[in-house]
Design a binder for this molecule. Structure first.
Ligand code: ATP
Ligand code: MG
Length: 342
């Protein structure tokens, strides 16, 4: 059975983009793959996080995974910092990846902003840790949103360079030609890039300072309706054909969200709403979002009322994850020439 790894950062407000672009896909893949889903708290601290808030958000992401339908017994759900191999393997990858490769990462440029001198070293090295997350489990498939494409390409470059740099000891230790698999990114589905409700050129993000830029998974019906009502649009009615969405980023985004929530194509949505004003379309979109999200939000609240249970899910998942990752790390050590207890 092919193995899937993916992660979500506990950096605050989980939103519709995380849900439609990642978590829905995580749920789907459970029937065909062995899945490892990680709350990547070590990634979160590449930007300073309030400690109490970090713990709260870690439990919240876990609750979202479970509420959406991830089965933590059949698969693995854990928080990254409980498995030391992520940090250990990331160090090795810090020494495999090149400065030039990381300098080209657009997420670093966006998150560091103008004051790059003041960004953490961790924010720069973030993609190496992400490669370690995936490759510690020799995962072959990684479902992510479109924004992570570049990081996954870097993970492939790291795996390729490691396999090449250590090819002699990889072979002599009995691992054949490739130690690490060349991971396939899975960037598919109708919602690989949900945009901000305030700016159709920026992706919806947890870290956007504006609450109105995103629909949070925990928003109630009133908040959802208000945010869609305030969502930026142009004054034209919706077109009847998908082609008519060209150059209308905000309209395209709202139609795409509707389509993803309704499991329809954009063409189907436009066949129903072509010619409608946003004053008609937005309330319909809000109703649909509430119908789809409210059961998840209420299940999350139920789960979060028992943080002890959530923590035990994470700890149990971490124990099973660690067993897999430690085996990989032993192999890495042998291949590199690190002496270890046998
Ligand atoms: P942050 O702003 O802190 O980076 P984020 O919203 O980007 O938060 P992440 O935890 O970095 O969330 O990403 C979790 C998963 O959600 C990744 O697979 C990512 O590609 C996906 N994702 C994030 N934003 C979107 C979006 N707007 N549309 C679709 N998928 C998204
Ligand atoms: Mg992100």
């Amino acid at each position: 059975v092919p193995r899937v790894f993916s992660g979500v950062q506990p950096t605050g407000n989980l939103h519709l983009g995380n849900y439609l672009g990642a978590i829905v896909r995580f749920v789907e893949m459970q029937s065909t793959h062995d899945c490892i889903y990680c709350v990547v708290d070590m990634h979160a601290i590449t930007i300073w996080q309030d400690p109490a808030e970090l713990a709260r958000a870690t439990r919240e992401v876990t609750a979202a995974f479970l509420a959406a339908g991830i089965d933590p017994k059949a698969h693995i759900v854990f928080n990254q910092s409980q498995v030391h191999v992520h940090a250990e393997l990331a160090w090795v990858f810090n020494c495999v990846a090149r400065m030039g490769w990381l300098s080209r990462m657009t997420q670093f440029k966006e998150k560091a902003g103008k004051d790059r001198e003041n960004a953490s070293v961790g924010l720069f090295a973030y993609p190496n840790l992400m490669a370690a997350d995936i490759l510690a489990y020799l995962a072959t498939h990684v479902p992510v949103g479109e924004d992570q494409k570049q990081h996954l390409e870097l993970a492939r470059d790291i795996a390729t360079k490691f396999n090449h740099d250590f090819s002699a000891t990889i072979a002599s230790n009995g691992f054949g030609e490739e130690f690490f698999p060349i991971t396939e990114p899975l960037i598919t589905g109708p919602a690989t890039r949900i945009m901000s409700l305030r700016d159709g050129t920026k992706k919806m993000s947890k870290s956007d300072p504006s609450e109105y830029s995103r629909i949070a998974l925990t928003d109630d019906a009133d908040a959802i309706a208000l945010k869609f009502r305030k969502a930026r649009t142009d004054p034209e009615p919706l077109p009847s054909e998908v082609d008519g969405l060209k150059g209308r980023a905000e309209a395209d985004n709202l139609v795409g969200i509707f389509a993803a929530l309704a499991d329809q194509s954009k063409a189907q949505v436009l066949s129903d709403f072509g010619g409608s004003q946003f004053s008609v379309f937005k309330p319909a979109l809000a109703d649909l979002a509430v119908a789809r999200m409210a059961p998840i939000a209420s299940e999350m609240r139920r789960l979060l009322a028992d943080p002890g249970h959530i923590d035990s899910v994470l700890t149990d998942g971490a124990d099973r994850a660690r067993a897999i990752a430690e085996k990989t790390m032993d192999g890495v050590k042998d291949v590199i020439g690190f002496i270890r207890k046998k």
